[in-house]
Structures are given as C-alpha cells and as structure tokens.
Design a protein around this ligand. Structure first.
Ligand SMILES: Cc1cc2nc3c(=O)[nH]c(=O)nc-3n(C[C@H](O)[C@H](O)[C@H](O)COP(=O)(O)OP(=O)(O)OC[C@H]3O[C@@H](n4cnc5c(N)ncnc54)[C@H](O)[C@@H]3O)c2cc1C
Length: 444
C-alpha cells in the first residue's frame, strides 16, 4: 500500500481534468507485475534514464599518462593528503586570514610520506616534472599551501642550497626538510618591486667579521612564522647584491604582518624593518656575487609558479564543473545551457594548454638541468594571464555563489591575482621574453 503522504494529489487532480483516473487505476491493477513495472518506469522518466554527469576529468589530454610511475605517485599522494587534511578546513582558515599552524605539520607529513624520513633537498629540483606536479596538486586544493611550501623550499632552502656554505647547508637544510625550521625570503622592498635588478635600497656594510644591515623589506612570505630569512641587500663595498641569513629574534629585525590582503590569505606577508642588524660573515651566502645569481634562482622558482598556475586553474575547473552539474535552474541542470557549456569548455581548453606547456617546460628543465629565463618567464606570464581568464569564467558560471568561499571558486579567483603579480609581474616577465625575441630591452 502506498502511504497517504506519498500520493501526489496535485497530479491526480490535474489528470482528472482530462481523463477519469479510475480507468487508469483499473488498467494498472489488471497488469502483470513485469508490465506494470515497465509502464511505471516509462511514465516516470519518459522511458529514458536521467542523464548522469560523467566523472570530472581535468586531465583531458592524459598528461599524467606521459609521466613516470614515480611522478604519478607524487601527484596522487599530494592530492590525497591535500584532500584529506587541508580541504575540510580551508573555508575556516580563509576567514581567519592567518597561516594555520596545521600547514607545518601537514607539509611535514606529506613530504615524509612522499620521500621518506631523511630525504635530501635539492634545488633546482632533480625531477622538475615530479616537483611541478606536486606544486600543481597542492595549488589545485589550496593555493596558499603551495605558496607556503614554495617560499620555504623554492626560495629560502633553494638559496641556501644554491649559494650557501657547507656549514649553512648542514645547519638549515635537514631541519627544513622536516619542517622543524621554517624559511622566508626577502628581496622586494616597500619602494623597490619590479626594479630590484636595478638596485636595492637595503644596505650591508662590513665591519670586521660583521655586516650591519639597514633597510626595509615588503611581502616576504612566511616571515611571521619563520626561523630564518634570506635578506638580499646591497654590499656597500662592491655595490653588488648579496644574500644574508637573518635569524628571527635578532636585535633590530622586526616583522609586522600585512593586514587586509584579499589574495593568498593563508600565507602571511609582512613589512620588515632592518635597523642596524648585525650579521656575522658566516651568515652571508658565499655563492652570491651579484644580482645575476639571484636571478638564476628566480628562473627555477618562476617555473614552479607556472605549475602553480596550472594547479589553480585545475582546482577552479573541477569546482566549477562540479557546481554546474548539481545546480538546477528553469527545472534543469545548468550544464544543459549552451552558455554554461561554452564557459566550461573555454576553461578546459585553457587548462589543457597550460598543462601541456608546463609539461614541456618540465621536460626541457630535466633535459638541460636548468630552465632559461625567457622560457620560465613566457610560461609564468602566459599561464598567469590564462589563469585569470579561467578563474573569471568559473566565477561567472557560479552566479552569486561564485563569490562565496564555501563554493571554492572564489578562493581560486582571488588567488590568481597574486600569481599574476608575484615572482615578477605579468608585464616584467613579458619584457624578459620581449627582450629575448627582439634583442631590444624595453624595461626603461
Ligand atoms: C602575495 C604576494 C607574495 C609575495 N611574496 C614575496 C616574497 O616572499 N618575497 C619577496 O621578496 N617578494 C614577494 N612578493 C613581491 C612581488 O614579487 C612583487 O609584488 C612584484 O615583484 C612586483 O613588485 P611591486 O608589487 O612593488 O610592483 P611595482 O614594481 O611597483 O609595479 C607596479 C606596476 O608597474 C609595472 N611596471 C613596473 N616596471 C615596469 C616597466 N619597466 N615596464 C612596464 N611595466 C612596469 C608592473 O608590472 C606593475 O603592473 C610577493 C607579492 C605578493 C603579492
């Protein structure tokens, strides 16, 4: 017996205007069970099963298939850890606008799971594709987490690895691989951003075995939680840029968190004041002779940001398609509308082109052991531009919910803005490529 509350009286009443419902009931009652079932299925769904959305596939050109088993494993485990340990809390973290202390423990567990307890850090990474896939999968869930790890390793530990003495490496790198010590990196200044190559205002003056550093720095991710910061300053003897390891708590070194940031809210950025900070000669990075060395490191770091851009686009595409599959308007899923499909396809096209470019960039980096400035800059500039377009399409496809954190796309939308401007702005990276292809420098 059908319970009374399950009977659709409204439909019954409508039907009775056209036909006597008793006739239908009598006809149905006279049917054998198999025919009755077929008839009921046909009337419920017009004879067709409702269309199921296919599983979301953000690897449309099988990029993963071209990778080694190890690279695939790195991508899969990174994704799993992010999904299980970070994703459930991102909305809450985002509201707080602080670096959650859980970032440190999750990053430590993730790296141990991937590479074992005593893994050795190398920079530029020996396997640029494996490293890139990791950046991509971290950013696809929470871009700030990727930045936190990127500044810690790619910038800070990377500087120590590339330019540090054996003592500096022994002191910092093992502890940093276990996330027992956290790193930061400070090149940009309040009044010197894109123009750092033309000279820094922060100065380092040598007195015996001690350097006295004066000046200010801006942005420097992780500085509020870091144990060590790589401070770039002008050597007053040579006029060239040098790098110094400044430890937190040193007299004259003060850090103030930048408030009111709308992008990458889970990475704390700062203003740093350096007032007569004394740094022993043993804490100068001996491998840095001039800005050319800093720039060498930046090319590899930029390649990492290009992979990050792929990840942010991937996260935005997946979240947008998932939302559209489930959202109904005018009685149908919005994926039935042509304009929504067009947005999704544009997003997927951008994402696929970005993945393909990143993969080729990684292959070249693996082949040559390095990536050239112009290639890293083209990847970073072009991808950050396509990323902006991609997240804007997604944000639009979600309607009003596109600006709510709970639907994820809003986070990717605002985080794309930082990707567009850091590690060299879109414009500066374009000018690096412009100079390479025309032979003309248009920086000033
Ligand atoms: C979230 C975030 C995190 C960051 N983390 C770090 C960090 O950890 N460490 C660190 O050192 N820095 C960090 N930065 C700083 C970042 O690298 C700088 O923001 C970037 O280099 C640009 O400098 P600027 O913001 O001072 O812009 P400006 O240099 O003032 O540029 C303003 C505008 O002028 C344009 N412009 C400048 N010069 C030219 C030119 N010659 N031709 C054409 N256009 C030009 C730029 O493209 C831009 O559009 C971070 C920034 C952000 C937003």
């Amino acid at each position: 017996m059908t319970p009374a509350q399950d009977i659709d009286f409204e439909a019954f009443e409508k039907l009775s205007k056209h036909i006597d419902p008793n006739i239908i009931l009598r006809t149905l009652a006279s049917m054998d069970p198999a025919t009755l079932q077929k008839t009921l299925m046909a009337t419920a769904g017009g004879g067709r099963k409702p269309r199921q959305a296919p599983p979301i596939n953000s690897d449309f050109f099988d990029i993963y298939e071209t990778m080694t088993e190890e690279q695939q494993r790195v991508g899969r485990i990174t994704r799993e850890v992010m999904q299980e340990e970070i994703k459930p809390h991102v909305a809450e973290y985002w509201e707080r606008g602080e670096t959650p202390k859980e970032f440190i423990s999750v990053a430590a567990r993730m790296h141990e799971k991937l590479f074992g307890k005593d893994w050795e850090f190398e920079f530029p990474p020996k396997d640029p594709i494996g490293s890139g896939v990791m950046q991509m999968e971290m950013a696809a869930i929470e871009p700030s987490f990727q930045t936190f790890v990127g500044v810690h390793f790619g910038l800070c530990a990377g500087s120590i690895y590339m330019f540090g003495s054996e003592e500096q490496k022994a002191k910092w790198l093992p502890a940093m691989t276990r996330f027992e010590k956290i790193g930061s990196w400070a090149l940009t200044e309040p009044d010197t951003g894109s123009a750092t190559a033309a000279g820094l205002e922060t100065t380092a003056e040598k007195h015996g075995d001690t350097w006295i550093i004066n000046g200010a720095k801006k942005w420097s991710g992780n500085a509020t939680i870091a144990d060590v910061n790589v401070i770039w300053a002008k050597n007053m003897e040579t006029g060239q840029v040098n790098g110094f390891l400044v430890e937190t708590g040193q007299p004259g070194y003060t850090v103030e968190k930048l408030e009111g940031k709308i992008s990458k809210r889970l990475v704390e950025n700062v203003l740093i004041n350096l007032d007569e900070v004394e740094v022993h000669e043993s804490n100068r990075l001996p491998g840095v002779k001039s800005f050319k060395d800093t720039a060498r490191q930046l090319a590899s770091a930029r390649a990492g940001v290009a992979w990050e851009a792929v990840g942010v686009a991937k996260g935005a595409y997946e979240a947008t398609l998932d939302y559209c599959n489930n959202r109904k308007q005018f009685g149908k899923p919005i994926t039935k509308f042509q304009l929504i499909q067009m947005k999704l396809v544009q997003m997927l096209g951008n994402l696929t082109a970005m993945q393909t470019m990143a993969l080729r960039m990684g292959q070249i980096e693996a082949r040559d052991g390095t990536i050239s400035h112009e290639r890293a800059s083209l990847s970073k500039a072009w991808m950050s531009d396509k990323l902006r377009e991609t997240v804007a399409l997604g944000r639009g496809a979600l309607g009003g919910n596109g600006i709510l954190i709970e639907h994820d796309v809003a986070r990717f939308f605002v985080d794309a803005e930082a990707v567009y401007s850091y590690e060299g702005t879109y414009e500066m990276n374009s000018l690096i490529v412009g100079k390479a292809i025309t032979g003309q420098s248009a920086f000033v």
